[in-house]
Design a protein. Structure first.
Length: 414
C-alpha cells in the first residue's frame, strides 16, 4: 500500500460509507503503552465535535481522503489525550534524538506505511523526515495543488531517520511515565556521544534525559560534559537523584563537580549519598583543585609485594572502578607505603605464582599531594605514564592520577 506523510493526512476529508464528508483529520494518535509504532486512531473534527476513528472503523486511508467503514454516529467522541502521543502536537517542529546519527534534529514531517489487518488499513510510523522534503511539503500545502506538490517533493532528496533510531524528549515527568519514554536507545551510545547530544539540548530537555538514564550511564555521560554544564544539570535534579548519579562517578570527577557547586547544594547531595562514597569524596574536597591531590582518584588497585599474579587477577575481577584505573597495580607495605608499581601487561607474561615484587621494574615514579598541575603533566610526558601515584610526606599512597585526567587538564588549558 502507498506510503503517506503526516502533513498529507492532516486536514484530509473523512468520508462515511456513503461517500459524504463528515469532517477532517485533526490529529493522529499513537498509544506507546500498547504499541510505539502503530497508529491507534485518527482524531476527526466534525460538526458534532472531535471523534476518534480507530483502525477497525477505517476502510481506506489516502492523502486526499480517508474513508470510514462505519457511519458517523458510530464514531466515538474523543474526550481525552491522556496517555496518547499526538503526532502533530508532540512531534512536528520538536527536537528529537537521532540515536544512529548521534545528534539532535528537528522534525519536519513523519512518514507512515500501511498494512492490512483484518481487512482494515493500519498505519505504522516508518520514519521521521528531518530534511527539506518534509519542510517544503508543509510550507506549500494548500498553496500548490496536491498533485503538483507531491510530484515536486518526490524530486527532493529524502533525509529521514527510521523510527527505531529515534528517542523522544518529554520534559513532563508524568507524561514520560505514561508514554514509556525511557531513552533506552540513547543509553547504549558511548558516554562521549551522549554528552555531545545533551550539550545541544535546552536545559529542561537535559534534565529530562538525565532523569531517565540509568545512574551508571548518566554518571559516565556527565563526566564527559563541560564542567559548567555539569553544574547546571546537577542543579536541576532532585538531591536524591543527583546523589545517585554522583555516587557512580569516579571519586575525582565527583569531587571536582561538587567543588564547583554552591556549598549548600553540595552538602545536600553529600547528605543523600552512601556513607562510604560520602567519606571518600569529602576527603578529596579538602584538596586544592590545581594540585596533584585535587586531580587524583582513590579508585586504584594496591596489593602487598608478596602477592602473586593470581592474587592480582582476582583483585582485577573484583575491581569496581573505571577501566582507566587498572593499567597499573601498585605495591604497598603493611603501613600503605608505596614500594612498587606493576604494569598490567606484565601479568600476562608471568605464571600465576610469580610474586608481584619480581615484576616491578624499579622504584615507582610518584608525586607529592601538593605537586602543581603543570609538573604532573610534565611527569606523564617525560616517563610515558598511564597512571601516576600520589603520596603524602611519609610516602603513603593516597591516590592516583590517570592519563584521562591529564588529557582533561590539558584540554581545559587550550
Amino acid at each position: 500500500m502507498a506510503a503517506i506523510a503526516l502533513s498529507e493526512l492532516l486536514g484530509a476529508p473523512v468520508l462515511d460509507p456513503g461517500g459524504r464528508s463528515q469532517g477532517r483529520v485533526r490529529e493522529v494518535a499513537v498509544c506507546p503503552q500498547a504499541d510505539p509504532v502503530r497508529v491507534c486512531g485518527l482524531i476527526v473534527r466534525t460538526k458534532q465535535g472531535d471523534r476518534l476513528l480507530p483502525p477497525e472503523r477505517l476502510a481506506e486511508i489516502g492523502a486526499r481522503a480517508v474513508r470510514a467503514s462505519a457511519p458517523a454516529e458510530e464514531w466515538a467522541p474523543f474526550t481525552s489525550a491522556e496517555g496518547l502521543l499526538l503526532l502533530e502536537r508532540d512531534l512536528l517542529d520538536q527536537q528529537i534524538i537521532d540515536v544512529h546519527g548521534r545528534k539532535v534534529v528537528r522534525v519536519n514531517d513523519l512518514d507512515f506505511h500501511q498494512e492490512l489487518v483484518n481487512h482494515h488499513p493500519v498505519l505504522k510510523v516508518g520514519a521521521v523526515d528531518v530534511g527539506a522534503r518534509g519542510a517544503v511539503r508543509r510550507l506549500l500545502k494548500g498553496i500548490v495543488p496536491a498533485g503538483a506538490l507531491h510530484a515536486l517533493t518526490q524530486k527532493l532528496p529524502a533525509r529521514v531517520i527510521p523510527w527505531e533510531f529515534v528517542d523522544l524528549i518529554e520534559t513532563d515527568p508524568a507524561r514520560r511515565v505514561k508514554l514509556k519514554i525511557a531513552h533506552e536507545r540513547l543509553s547504549k551510545l558511548h558516554p562521549a556521544d551522549i554528552a555531545d547530544i545533551v550539550e545541544d539540548l535546552a536545559p529542561a530537555e537535559r534534565e529530562a534525559v538525565f532523569e531517565t538514564l540509568d545512574e551508571g550511564v548518566a554518571a559516565e555521560a556527565l563526566e564527559e560534559v563541560d564542567p559548567k554544564l555539569q553544574v547546571s544539570i546537577v542543579q536541576s535534579l532532585d538531591s536524591d537523584r543527583a546523589a545517585d548519579i554522583v555516587e557512580e562517578m569516579g571519586p575525582d570527577a565527583a569531587a571536582d563537580l561538587l567543588a564547583d557547586l554552591p556549598k549548600e547544594r553540595s552538602d545536600e547531595i553529600l547528605e543523600e549519598m552512601q556513607p562510604k562514597e560520602r567519606e571518600e569524596i569529602s576527603e578529596l574536597l579538602e584538596f586544592k583543585e590545581d594540585t596533584a591531590a585535587g586531580r587524583m582518584t582513590t579508585d586504584y588497585l594496591a596489593l602487598a609485594p608478596a602477592a602473586t599474579v593470581n592474587d592480582a587477577i582476582e583483585a582485577l575481577r573484583k575491581f569496581e572502578g573505571g577501566i582507566e584505573g587498572v593499567s597499573t597495580i601498585f605495591l604497598v607495605d603493611k603501613d600503605n607505603k608505596l614500594v612498587g608499581a606493576v604494569p598490567l601487561a606484565s601479568l600476562v607474561l608471568a605464571s600465576g605464582e610469580t610474586p608481584l615484587s619480581s615484576l616491578a621494574p624499579g622504584p615507582p615514579i610518584s608525586c607529592l599531594a601538593g605537586t602543581r598541575e603543570k609538573e604532573v603533566a610534565e611527569r606523564f610526558d617525560k616517563y610515558n605514564l598511564l597512571m601516576l601515584p600520589v603520596v603524602d610526606d611519609q610516602g603513603l599512597l593516597t591516590g592516583v592520577i590517570t592519563a584521562d585526567d591529564v588529557i582533561s587538564l590539558l584540554r581545559s588549558k587550550l
